[in-house]
Design a protein around this ligand. Structure first.
Ligand code: NDP
Length: 357
């Protein structure tokens, strides 16, 4: 009964909202260039297929064969195809409004700053950069250039995760006392950049733990005040010579809530849980691309399975077309807040000491 009522309320209003926006913009779309054509750029490219407020208009790649293949597949005009050397000439291209940086983590900073200086709005993938100080430089570059900066936090467009956030922040089951969040998958391929610290900035904490940290922060609705952390055992020293195999950390929040999280490259796990004064809510799978499953201590949760990339791209594009500020929860400042805690998690794991934020 509760579920039926929720679906009836959500689906028609979602469709009505899209129709209203479509009427308003009558076909006008934000032109986006993807920078770095790897695995996730391909998933984003699929996301453009159903997008109403943006289009894939350009590419930036270091691989000439990809330029040819993407040009054909996505009908990208020659003048909107860049490599890493000539990228700055995008300043002269009025057909590109936004650059979406989908490069290895350590390259986010350089390409966000170069895109901003070329006068383009920017989305950068998570984790925003390799350190909080790099994030601060990226934020300043975008402010100085009067362009907007977003982090690719796709779960802010995903209905189950946003329900978790609502249940926590609106204290539907009372104040949240405990959060547990874990994300991991097995990594066996030694050749990928994620295992090289200069490109990744770190191991599963950078790649996966950032989602667990996000979940803790938005469900509790506060900023952590202290951190303790421990590296897990190195189960394959030949592969994990530069970054951690796994890591566990604990956050203390000012209202008394605690969060216990882990991220790993040696086991498969994808779950979030929150215990509040009068009940609990949880999801598993929770963070991947879905389909998701979630429940509370009262009922199963049921929301539409959506394409998160389409929802994220359209959500951002719509606001930029309206010349409105992007919401704080996907902003560069939000990425900085996460990186500040990640810096502290690594410092605590390395020293064995509690870090006060
Ligand atoms: P890939 O390795 O698949 O792709 C990265 C691309 O970056 C390469 O294909 C290449 O594109 C370009 N590149 C430029 N220089 C280098 C270099 N030195 N080493 C490797 N690649 C280089 O990575 P992903 O697509 O999986 O990840 C990219 C970013 O997206 C990361 O920050 C990651 O955290 C994030 N991500 C986010 C996800 C999400 O759900 N939000 C999911 C997956 C990743 P080219 O050949 O065109 O130059």
């Amino acid at each position: 009964m509760g579920m039926g009522a929720t679906m009836a309320a959500i689906v028609p209003s979602f469709i009505r909202q899209r129709q209203k926006l479509h009427d308003k913009y009558s076909g006008k779309k934000l032109n986006v260039a993807l920078c770095g054509l790897g695995t996730y750029a391909n998933i984003l490219a699929d996301g453009f297929a159903d997008a109403q407020y943006c289009r894939l208009a350009g590419i930036v790649t270091g691989t000439p064969a990809k330029a040819v293949a993407w040009k054909q597949k996505h009908a990208i005009p020659d003048q909107n195809i860049y490599n890493y050397q000539n990228f700055d000439t995008i300043v002269n291209n009025k057909d590109i409004d936004l650059v979406y940086v989908v490069l290895p983590n350590s390259m986010h900073k350089e390409y966000v700053i170069r895109a901003a200086r070329a006068g383009k709005h920017v989305i950068t993938e998570k984790p925003m950069a390799n350190s909080a100080s790099d994030c601060a430089e990226m934020i300043k570059a975008c402010q100085d250039a009067h362009v907007q900066l977003a982090v690719g936090y796709r779960l802010h467009y995903e209905p189950y995760n946003m329900e978790m956030k609502r249940l926590g922040q609106e204290k539907v089951f009372g104040a949240v006392r405990l959060v547990e969040a874990s994300l991991g998958y097995r990594v066996d391929d030694a050749n990928q950049w994620r295992l090289h610290k200069a490109l990744s900035g770190g191991g599963p904490l950078m790649n996966l733990g950032v989602y667990c940290l996000q979940f803790s922060r938005y469900v509790i609705g506060e900023e952590p005040v202290s951190v303790t952390a421990q590296f897990g055992p190195n189960t394959n020293p030949q592969i994990f010579s530069e970054v951690e195999t796994s890591i566990t950390w604990q956050l203390n929040f000012p209202g008394g809530a605690v969060s216990n999280c882990s991220s790993s490259y040696n086991c498969n796990v994808d779950r979030v849980y929150a215990s509040a004064e009068n009940g609990f809510f949880e999801m598993s799978p929770a963070i991947s691309y879905g389909p998701f499953r979630g429940r509370t201590s009262k009922a199963e949760l049921h929301f539409p399975d959506i394409n998160q990339q389409t929802a994220q791209l359209d959500g951002i594009a719509k606001l930029l077309l309206e010349n409105k500020p992007l919401p704080a929860h996907i902003s560069g400042e939000e990425g900085w807040k996460d990186m500040r805690v990640i810096d502290a998690i690594y410092a605590s794991a390395a020293t064995g000491r509690k870090i006060v934020l």
